[in-house]
Ligand binder design. Structure first.
Ligand code: GSH
Length: 213
């Protein structure tokens, strides 16, 4: 049985939705963020970055959300969450890498400018820069995607889950991610999926009050 360290609404959303799509048995392990459990020695042995999530597969511990999603998809090819070869696989890795190293990183600065700057002016400047970087990244996705309900022309994949997680995080922005029509269509097709719904239910989170539908 898999075990996934999570906090509600965190980057654990994507791996958990992948687990739900696969239909794998898994246990959720709540990280007590208020108590800074993820910065304690025991958790840092699993993820020296002190970040959520971590996946446990027996005695094997894996951190980094994108790597966890890929690991699970490849361990369960029958779920069809990742193309197995050729250019579709290459494109899947391109977009997975892009989402984790560009918008996901900018989201951290957007939500937590206080981690880098103690003064209000520094925080405001970082948040504005992160907002601009997020909008640039959304535009790159919008222009690079083929259109349709999924990020890959070949159909549903772990990418759609990842993008939909990012979209939920964007709900507090002045211009949330759903202002980009192709991205909105993908998330609109992904968040109602039973697996995504079960993930949200088990995390105790809702979709987005301001989602335009
Ligand atoms: N690159 C990491 C980033 C993970 C990350 O930043 N997770 C956030 C939650 S979404 C976290 O652990 N934050 C620590 C905190 O809130 O103290 C990944 O994709 O796993």
């Amino acid at each position: 049985m898999y075990r996934l360290y999570f906090a509600p609404g965190s980057a654990a959303m994507a791996p958990q939705a992948v687990l739900e799509e696969i239909g794998a048995a898994y246990e959720l392990l709540t990280v007590d963020v208020a108590a800074r459990q993820h910065h304690g020695d025991a958790y840092r042995k699993l993820n020296p970055n002190g970040r959520i999530p971590v996946l446990l597969d027996g005695d094997f511990a894996l951190f980094e959300t994108a790597a966890i999603c890929q690991y699970l998809a490849e361990r369960h090819p029958e779920a069809g969450l990742m193309p197995s070869d050729g250019r579709q696989r290459a494109l899947c890795l391109q977009w997975l890498t892009f989402m984790t190293n560009t918008p996901q990183v900018a989201f951290i600065d957007w939500f937590h400018p206080d981690w880098k700057f103690s003064d209000a002016a520094g925080q405001a400047a970082l948040k504005a820069a992160a907002d601009a970087e997020l909008q640039r990244a959304f535009q790159v996705l919008e222009e690079g995607l083929p259109g349709g309900d999924t990020m890959l022309a070949g159909g549903f994949s772990l990418l759609d889950i990842y993008l939909t997680m990012l979209m939920r995080w964007s709900r507090f922005m002045a211009r949330p991610m759903w202002h980009w029509p192709k991205l909105r269509r993908i998330a609109g097709a992904t968040y109602p999926r039973p697996a995504f719904q079960r993930m949200m239910q088990r995390q105790g989170i809702a979709w987005a009050d301001n989602w335009p539908g």
